[in-house]
Design a protein around this ligand. Sequence first.
Ligand SMILES: C[S@@+](CC[C@H](N)C(=O)[O-])C[C@H]1O[C@@H](n2cnc3c(N)ncnc32)[C@H](O)[C@@H]1O
Length: 276
Amino acid sequence: MTLLELYKKSAGELSFGSCGDFEAKVIFEDILKIRTKPYDYSSVAATDDQVSLMNEIIDRRKNGEPLQYIVGKWDFYGFTFDVGEGVLIPRPETENLVEYVLDELKDVKNPIVFDLCSGSGCIGLTIAKLRPDSKVYLFEKEDRAFYYLNKNLSNFGLKNTRAVKCDIFDFDLSELHFADVIVSNPPYIKSDEIPLLQTEVQKEPVSALDGGKDGLDFYRCIASRWLDKVKKGGLIALECGDVQSNEILPLFSDKVAEKNVIFDFNDIDRIVAFRI
Ligand SMILES: C[S@@+](CC[C@H](N)C(=O)[O-])C[C@H]1O[C@@H](n2cnc3c(N)ncnc32)[C@H](O)[C@@H]1O
């Protein structure tokens, strides 16, 4: 079998996913370390190792393992994050949240940022990287997620970040500075909807998804515990699920000066934001 034949066969077998060609290309380039362009592989034979590794990966994919966990890394906002079992895979929609916060921070010097429920660190580390004058604290509870957070922190080699292993529901906030921004993509799926999620999403940690009975536990916690740690005029920007903004806004209403909902290109509410 030539490499080209292996590529085409793999793309075909992986086409149950979103895009077989894309997945085959990622696996060829990132795991088999074969550049898929610009070479012509129609006359190069695939080795036995390459064929068996590819077959093993296709089996794992058919078993629902996310491509990102197999590759072990994923891109977010132009940066690469290590990921694997136990940490949420950074989503493209979360890039909107980062972009929003960076924009809101453009006139704030030396901002202090809290990234709650930071997972891989994709939000907080991206902000810290692009705003070297900031100080970013990243709060994460789960062991595996905290492992990836620290790995990414060390890969980024930043001096302006601090990872804090804690439960945001009972962490003692008294020693913390006041923040210019609290940003978070918290778990927000209703508990009884978790079993209905697609197989691949169910391979991600439940602790990263489950927002409690009505999906709003973490928003309540932020409104009741963390809001007081934001400076006057500061910002809280939170990712939310489809149509959740109507329920989240009232949780903050009597404590904030301004509230805002940001919709994505598909007119889905993605971010709720508050000025204190
Ligand atoms: C939806 S994920 C978001 C991860 C990352 N910020 C992102 O956008 O990809 C939520 C994260 O919250 C963490 N988490 C769950 N419960 C927590 C708690 N009580 N305190 C702190 N972090 C928690 C999970 O482990 C998970 O990493």
